[in-house]
Ligand binder design. Sequence first.
Ligand code: IVH
Length: 659
Amino acid sequence: MTIERMNELISILNEANYNYHVLDNPTITDQEYDNYLRDLIMIEEKHPEWKREDSPTVRVGGEVITGFNKVTHSIPMLSLGNVFNEDEIIAFDEKVKKIVPNPKYVCELKIDGLSVSLLYKDGKLVKGATRGDGVTGEDITHNVKTIQSIPLTLKEKVDIEVRGEIYMSKKSFQKVNEERLQAHESTFANPRNAAAGSVRQLDSTIASKRNLDCLIYHLPNPDDYDILTHKDALSYMKKLGFVTNHQNNKLVSNIKGVLSYIAYYTEHRMELPYEIDGVVIKVNTISEQQKLGFTARTPKWATAYKFPATEVLTKLVDIHFTVGRTGQVTPNAVLEPVFLMGSRISRATLHNEDYVIQKEIKIGDIVSIRKAGDVIPEVVEVKKERRTGEEIDFVMAKECPICHEKLIRKENEAAYYCVNNKCPAKKIEALIHYTSRYAMNIEGFGESIVEDFYNMGYLLDYPDFYKLEQYQDELKELEGFGNKSIYNLMYAIEKSKQNSLERLLFALGIRYVGSKNAKILASHFGNMDALMGASYEELVAIRDIGEIIAKSVYEFFKNDYNQFIIQELKSFGVNMEYLGKVILDDNFSNKTFVLTGSLDKITREKAKEEIESRGGKTSSSVSGKTSVVIVGKDPGSKYNKAKELGILIWNENEFLEKL
Ligand code: IVH
């Protein structure tokens, strides 16, 4: 336990952090990181007098302040002007071109978080402050120090101020809200509120647990470092150890480039791990920025293109209950129809009773509705100030809306369940799920066909799909069907018998077994018999299979009826083996692939599957470790990065040839 060992541990951990967050290239395992950290904590506890300001142990929080001190920004923290459509973007460009004739722009993602100013003296973090009113912000240093992607020490001993955005990833947001629901606390409406709520805490332990992130995008004093362009400022800040969004930032030579950047991210924003609300456009050359100058509140050399709203207000006119395949009964809002992100919305999920109670949702409320990707819209917030007094309190259903069996609320769960195994609603949902894309992928079965076949008695459980061919002639006579559609259905059913085991496991609707866990189980056991024979201890010993999942899987296979169904499926020739065994192929094995741009002839998911089945790995970002970048149409910045790093590039056809 020497001071040298402490210094060495700090270097190892800071370096590991830098490799992980800045270079996107982890060099040690989580386990190793935790072990080093534990050793460091031990030394610091024994020798508090040795403790350094830049020790990674400050990330765990614990500092409690009594109030927020005011911080005056040396250069005001400006906001950005907004543009909302192509005409306004072009008008912005025209205005710029009146002062600088040939501007190059840097396009960046507009991260939906809160802006922060970070001050370093001699390479050490000394202050973190919010924007406040732009002139005066609040000192949030204690919380900023807990954010892993904000360096405590820079790679050079410089005095510098940088600015960026503190945000919460979609994954952390979901986790925080799930934990809050469990603890009967109110949930955050969006990741921005969650991030802002976390940095406004006096006790830094809270922020340290929220898994916040930070991306740096602005250097207010470029002249002090002889920096001539914004792009160079970003590179310099990255070199110092900051996380800049280098994978997604793009230098373009004209406004056309800006428009295609916007088009690309309008389509792909849902794939990003964090929420963005637009694209920021900045003139690249600093001297040109200076020529353009500022208005009172915003720079004239930059603007923000804002995506159309993802939230709208409407009236919640009623609450209906639906039964899912696991029997979970979900309250759903019936809405006055509104248009949001191109579709008409008249329903939104309310998740469960706790959600409605915590958000204090009443029938008749004006609510804000949000749509995140292809996820079902949800009610985020009630506009209580719009209440008239006529609103009606919500009462959770006590019985199944379909079979009227009494609902059960399981211990430690927010959801109510219909436990009647014969409940038709549950069965229809389960059958629909069985046919779905990531389950048995039986094309041609829309929800209504499954429901009709169920009601006519052709389709009561999974094995009945494989009995349908016996009724082909009757089915062809049904209204809306003909030779061709029945032939197609039979073909799709037959084809599904060849699916690899993980699809069947997912299709069976075992609680907590989504497609990811299904794959883990299938590849671990190799076939259905081995899985069915597994003990609880064997299941729980598998990496990524926790106690709850193990218990659910074990109980599912112990059930006589489930065993009978699996035997039936087997007797119809449904494959019970895992087919995803890796067959090593020199073109792919031990190599890391990155896909960019849109592929015409193969889906991304399939492409990844093909690579993995040949022993290759896929990654979402290009680094020195990438072996090949597969480039489709309109590739993103990953393509440029690959060229810069001299990484092997395949176009779609070359990739398909290799397959
Ligand atoms: S540049 C003078 N770049 O958007 C430069 N801002 O609506 C000012 N934001 O207050 C900021 N991502 O909180 C810039 N890549 C980005 C950004 C970004 C998000 C936020 C920032 C700013 C707000 C303006």
